[in-house]
Design a protein around this ligand. Structure first.
Ligand code: 2BA
Length: 133
């Protein structure tokens, strides 16, 4: 069992003893800039980490970003975090705030705001069960 869990990256679930994988794996959810997604997925694949890219959008900016899902062994989490760090840069974006609802005679002077958008927003979650059917 230990041997079959040792490498989720290149794991083949042919050994009945290792399917499903029930422990020691984590789900990493990384919300990143769209422009970084291609390079990040390539870098992950180069190290044989399987990943899923979802198209998402931020609640605040309402602009499209990317969400990367990966299930990896606990021991590989830090390596994945390093790959994310190396491939995702923070950027400053300019936002034009929505004008508020105005009363007659009121005046709103819009001015753009600068917002720093991560790097990456990363969540690491426990996985109860992982199975490729
Ligand atoms: P957005 O929600 O579009 O947020 C983009 C950036 O706007 C954020 O960058 C942050 O700098 C700023 N921002 C967000 N909400 C704000 C608020 N209420 N007031 C002032 N500034 C605000 P990041 O923090 O790097 O987040 C990048 C993206 O990551 C977010 O896009 C969202 O899609 C996701 N995200 C961030 N925190 C999250 C959380 N706690 N849960 C789920 N998704 C999150």
């Amino acid at each position: 069992m230990a041997r079959s869990l040792a490498r989720l990256r290149g794991i083949t679930l042919t050994d009945p003893a290792c399917s499903p994988i029930l422990r020691h794996v984590k789900l990493i959810v990384a919300i990143i800039h769209n422009e970084d997604a291609g390079a990040l997925v390539d870098a992950l694949l180069e190290k044989e980490f399987r990943a899923t890219r979802l198209h998402s959008s931020g609640g605040f900016l309402k602009q499209s970003n990317a969400t990367i899902l990966l299930v990896v062994e606990e021991a590989d989490v830090e390596e994945v975090m390093g790959i994310v760090r190396a491939n995702c840069v923070s950027r400053t974006q300019v936002v034009n705030p929505m004008p508020p609802i105005m009363e007659p005679g009121e005046f709103f002077m819009p001015y753009p705001l600068e917002v720093e958008v991560g790097g990456a927003t990363v969540m690491v979650l426990p996985v109860e069960r992982f199975e490729r059917l």
